[in-house]
Design a binder for this molecule. Structure first.
Ligand SMILES: [Zn+2]
Length: 432
């Protein structure tokens, strides 16, 4: 394989730097980056309007294996990840059985190696069976390759247990990833608490269910010195708490999803209660969405992650309050972020992609391969001008549950190379 891409914008998030250059990739290695490269017998690509970004990592995906393979499995999840432009993902442990011991961590790693499309890094559960009662063997799982710990889907409601987890996690210097939801406040809610819930007659989930746990966890991080990573932050109040934590040098980081950045609760009415708008935390208000973008721009938000939660049609095509939470999101992250972050809000590409590559790598201690001569290619090419309608029938994911179906988005991945191997090119999974 000899691939020569001319005049392409190379993004170097680790150096806060971008440049327009030619790049030559040969046998999976970046051979040359220069003003003008000329070689014979290479496949040549005009890079005009395209960008290349290294090591895109989605820090929050549910690949559903083992236990729910009809919703997604590691093979279909890997293909969806490659098509979404990601070279690596962090997999949540809410499987059945859950990833709560070193044997299960090894199982995920082994499956990822067998499939060998993208890198899959496991997260281990904080408590056994994610039941919130008894701590897991964090050390065993860390040594087996767990990159972080989370009971995601569930909040660790017992503050003392979370304190212990933060205390232990310091030994391995890994983050505790929290799904912030006071279940006493949110129970049976399916939508944001407020105007829309009242109109639709559905039980609401108040912002305080999230934000009260966010500040509790920040305080516990301050107390213990352990690292806390807040998953899918969704309210302006949570942002204020995280801002405060960072200002006071507490080890708090956070992530936001593309759907919380682009949809409000009003969209639920607009789509006539489409269950594909049902997510946890719920879609909030315009005020929240604006504060999330502002926090992203001000680097209060460290990471953009999909919270890819594929479900089978049978779990979604139900009355709103009975449908499962979550969207199949990994294949629409990049075009959503480019359409609404870069084009609409004018946020620089470098800033956006730092939150999808270098920051995740740093926070979760994941191998990161920059775009540099002599290194194995681990990169994604994105066509900023490519406009396409979101068609869930074309998803590689088994989950077709997306609230963005039919949306016209600009800026799609066209090439994904993982460790020197082309895994996705122009709509196809290759070399598998
Ligand atoms: Zn969650």
């Amino acid at each position: 394989m000899r691939l020569l891409i001319h005049d392409v914008l190379l993004i170097h998030p680790e150096k806060d730097f971008q440049e327009k250059k030619d790049i030559l990739i040969e046998d999976g290695i970046i051979r040359e980056i220069d003003e003008y490269i000329r070689v014979s017998d290479a496949e040549e690509i005009n890079g005009e309007g395209k960008i290349i970004v290294p090591s895109l990592i989605d820090t929050h995906v549910h690949f559903r294996e083992p236990g729910y393979e009809w919703k997604e499995n590691m093979l279909t999840g890997s293909m969806a990840g490659a098509a979404g432009g990601f070279t690596g993902v962090l997999c949540m442990p809410n499987t059945d059985p859950s990833i709560d011991n070193s044997a299960m961590v090894n199982y995920v790693r082994r499956r990822a190696e067998e499939i060998n499309i993208i890198k899959i890094y496991p997260m281990g559960a904080i408590t056994k069976g994610r039941e919130g009662k008894e701590l897991t063997e964090l050390g065993d799982m860390y040594r087996a390759g767990a990159k972080a710990f989370s009971d995601d889907g569930n909040c660790v409601m017992n503050s003392e247990l979370l304190r212990c987890a933060l205390e232990y996690s310091k030994m391995f210097d890994v983050p505790i990833v929290e799904h912030c939801e006071d279940v006493n406040l949110s129970s049976e809610g399916s939508i944001n608490w407020g105007k829309t819930a009242t109109i639709l007659g559905l039980k609401g989930i108040p912002w305080v269910a999230e934000s009260s746990i966010v500040i509790r966890d920040i305080f516990l991080s301050q107390l213990t010195g352990g690292k806390i990573h807040i998953a899918h932050v969704s309210t302006w109040q949570s942002i204020e708490m995280i801002k405060w934590g960072k200002k006071n040098n507490i080890k708090v980081t956070c992530e936001v999803t593309p759907h919380h950045l682009t949809l409000t609760e009003d969209y639920i009415i607009k789509t006539n209660y489409d269950p594909d708008t049902k997510v946890n935390p719920p879609l909030r208000t315009k005020e929240d969405v604006d504060s999330l973008w502002k926090a992203l721009d001000e680097d209060i938000i460290d990471v953009i992650a999909s919270d890819h939660a594929p479900h089978h049609r049978d779990d979604k095509e139900k009355e709103y309050n009975l449908a499962e939470f979550g969207i199949s999101g990994i294949e629409t992250v990049i075009p959503l972020i480019i359409t609404y972050g870069y084009y609409e809000r004018k946020i620089p590409l470098l800033k956006l992609f730092k939150k999808l590559s270098y920051n995740p790598a740093k926070i979760f201690n994941i191998p990161y391969t920059p775009l540099a001569k002599g290194l194995k290619a681990n990169l994604t090419m994105i066509d900023l001008n490519l406009e396409k309608k979101v068609n869930p029938d074309e998803f590689f994911s088994l989950g077709k549950n997306t609230p963005f179906k039919g949306w016209s988005l600009k800026g799609w991945p066209v090439l994904t190379i993982v460790d020197g191997k082309i895994v996705y090119k122009e709509g196809r999974i290759v070399n598998v």
